[in-house]
Design a protein. Sequence first.
Length: 622
Amino acid sequence: MTSPALTTAQAAARPLDALRCDVDGPPELTWLAAEHLRLLGAVPRAGAESTGGTGRGRGQGADGPAGGRIALGGAGFGPVTANVRWADPAPSGTYAGVHDEATAQAATGVMAVHGRRDGDPRGLAADYTATAAGVLAVQGLLAQLFARARGAAPDTAHGRAVDVSAARAGLLSVSQYFAATGADETEATELAPGGPPFTSADGTLFELETLDPGAWAAFWRALGAPAEAIRAGWRPFQFRYATACAPFPDALHTTARGHRWTRLLEAAAASGAEVCALRTLAERAAEHDGAAPWTLSRLGPAAVPAGRPGSHPATPGRPLAGVTVLEAGRRIQAPLAAHLLRLLGADVVRIEPPGGDPLRGMPPACGGVSARWLALNRGKRAVEADIKSPSGRRRLRELVAEADVFLHNWAPGKAAQLGLDAADLSAVNPGIVYAYTSGWAGRLDPAPMGTDFMVQARAGVGAAVRPADEPPAPSLMTLLDVLGGLLGAEAVLAGLLLRERNGGRGVRVDSSLLAAADALTAPALRRAARGAEPRRPAGFRRPLRTADGWVAPADRCAAAAAAYDLTGLPTPQALRLLGTHGLAATAVTTDLASLHGDARFAGTLDRDTHGAPKVPTPWTFT
């Protein structure tokens, strides 16, 4: 697999052209940011080419966990810097047990959520928090440059540096699950072990997807599944995106194992459900097209942007002050992208159907509103418009005329069908940044439904997140929806900066869940491409049980820590024992509600006006 490439058209639309990039620090924290900045046009310092993440932690430096520094400057911009660390220093000045990817996943609850299907905490064998932190670093740099391009002084609160950490990235990734711990009611379905993938009679591991209960029932009826199992299985299957588990009846697994793969394909085609066989990392590496994680293309003639340079004075931590984002998003990917833009200071207006977004009522609720919905949508304004009607589309175009960004994740072809595609809306507002966050970005044909778990299956993520001694299985934590939302926000920021550097000319940006999968699996795909074992070794990132919980050793200490029997020791004593032997480790968060009192995140967690727990803003501008 080669490094991501740019087409001629893409290479001509790069917001960081003529800027210099200087990167120092552990590659597992900096490689992805360096690669994205290069693809956006920045020129790396000689000898500083990105080599890709090794995924091997470097432990602690003299003043805390090893960190990286990424600096951009030139082309009329003063220097801006991103500092990327494993964790923020606690008020005491210490780093409280987060040393690397394994301990970041353990502390933030990622292991707990990912492990729900199995009944015990499990580490992701892919470097999820470091990948997310790399994207957050690029977002912070782009936001700083955008504020500069609009006239913000270099000495403002968002004019010099931004700090991000893998720990905050981990908290962001579990923010929906964390919000649900403050709900006034119980979960919509049981939190218990269980879930896909299924296995066919001839050994094919596969994912099943449908949003239609009728298609779900028709698929299983065609295979002869018991009627009671079909009824009992729908609700946990439907809510697995929210709960990260799907404890449906074993009879469904038994039914799947009773049929060959060809028969399962026939049943899916006849019912309207979709199935997707899990791809290996070698298969994904062989077909990888080398595409960049997003595309940027200019729209129409130059125009004066909606926000004139200098018209929005800098305020602390709000580099997007004065920017208006229209979001027509559903589920997670686009709403999260817009949420991140709001946290950077944008005014976000959600376009919702008449009667409002039905997901506002999705249980469990905080103060009468879905806790998970609040995690992605708090602080946004809402405008109701029926985009299927001429009057609703007219209303949307009126809003676009006064906006900076239009962001959506509709089904492929829907925008063009409604006359709301990039060309249509750039005719209304030549300076619009039109952002589409999709499942596949048109890169695979044919492709199954562009949902998180189907993309995980098709793109080899199910193999990358499990070590070699476990069968591949896509995580039921919404890994790609979250990472796809991060890439969507990154693409929008790149589009806004490109617009400012090109006389106000509108920009179309496209990102996808497939790109998120490729970013997450990139180190594994590189190993596969050179013929090495792409999966992590047996037992990788598997936490150790104590008398009252679990501890996770740092990756570099895992083999040595496994030699100690900790099952008879309380967690604090187990950590002290490992520490006396020079082995870094941290306690595994198993109950997300306990994060509020966790010393590792002292003072960073809060609640919103509905009482829903919320995680800290992922950037600190200094």
